[in-house]
Design a protein around this ligand. Structure first.
Ligand code: NAD
Length: 244
């Protein structure tokens, strides 16, 4: 795979797996994260294995920082074929009306929904000018069916990601840009879970939790030739946790 790929949230559980899988397939990757030290470590690890990787800092809540990330990625990679947007936050569990709005609703919508839009927005003009591009967002099963235990804001943000994916796909298809999302079930990455929460998650899935690899492979599928005719899809990768 000759493609040049910008991955946000690349220091995280899913983003780092996406980075490793794309690099192993020959893609040049630019790794963006708030935790830039971890992204730089991963870039060095990929380079030691013969891959091509650079790291850039980003705070997806800050439009200027996102613009700097986009410019740095275009310089580092030459151009960007694919944006895989993995940066995001889990939210506090509990009843939404009992949580502090600033710390819960406002923060989660800003990071998980607005942040995704800021990153796509920064790359779309570049992709339109090239007449080609792929954008892959991280949705969630929580955005499909809600969750009694997880955050209401998180489910709302992820449902928003699914809407953003479909609407943006409609607007960009004619410009050669394909927009899709992967909707993972629990991968065991992200926020630390208690043993009880992990067992509950496992019980709710038909298939055992196997980590972030299937999510990364779904991104490879959407980004490659296999995804040439796929646009506006929310691809469930959830071990049977959601059907549809
Ligand atoms: N882990 C799961 O089970 C699961 C399930 C469904 C959806 N998802 C979604 O997949 C994505 C990745 O999840 P993960 O498990 O890798 O989480 P993670 O916490 O391991 O990684 C998220 C990464 O995003 C980065 N990040 C957070 N806020 C940022 C900001 N403001 N600017 C830049 N970077 C920021 C973090 O530094 C971290 O490296 C998230 O959108 C998450 O909601 C995860």
């Amino acid at each position: 795979m000759e493609s040049r790929v910008l991955i946000t949230g690349a220091s995280g559980g899913i983003g780092s797996e996406v980075a490793r899988r794309f690099a192993a397939r020959g893609a040049a990757v630019c790794l963006a994260d708030l935790r830039v030290d971890a992204a730089e470590d991963l870039a060095r690890e990929i380079a030691r294995g013969g891959g091509r990787a650079t790291a850039v800092p980003v705070d997806i809540c800050d439009r200027a920082s996102v613009a700097r990330m986009a410019s740095a990625a275009i310089v580092a990679l030459g151009h960007v074929d694919v944006l895989v947007h993995c940066a995001g936050l889990d939210a506090p569990r509990g009843n939404a009306w009992e949580l502090d709005d600033e710390d819960h609703w406002d923060r989660i919508i800003d990071v998980d929904l607005n942040g995704a839009w800021r990153c796509a927005r920064a790359l779309v003009p570049h992709m339109l000018a090239r007449g080609a591009g792929r954008i892959i967002f991280m949705g969630s099963v929580a955005g499909r069916r809600g969750s009694a235990s997880a955050s209401v804001a998180y489910s709302a943000a992820k449902a928003g990601i699914h809407g953003l994916t479909m609407a943006l796909a409609r607007q960009l298809e004619s410009g050669g840009i394909l927009v899709n999302a992967v909707a993972p079930g629990p991968t065991g990455t992200g926020e630390q879970m208690t043993e009880m929460e992990r067992l509950q998650d496992e019980k709710a899935s038909a298939l055992p939790i196997v980590g972030p690899r299937p999510v990364a492979d779904a991104c490879l599928y959407l980004a490659g030739e296999s995804g040439d005719w796929i646009s506006g899809t929310i691809l469930n990768v959830s071990g049977g946790r959601w059907h549809g």
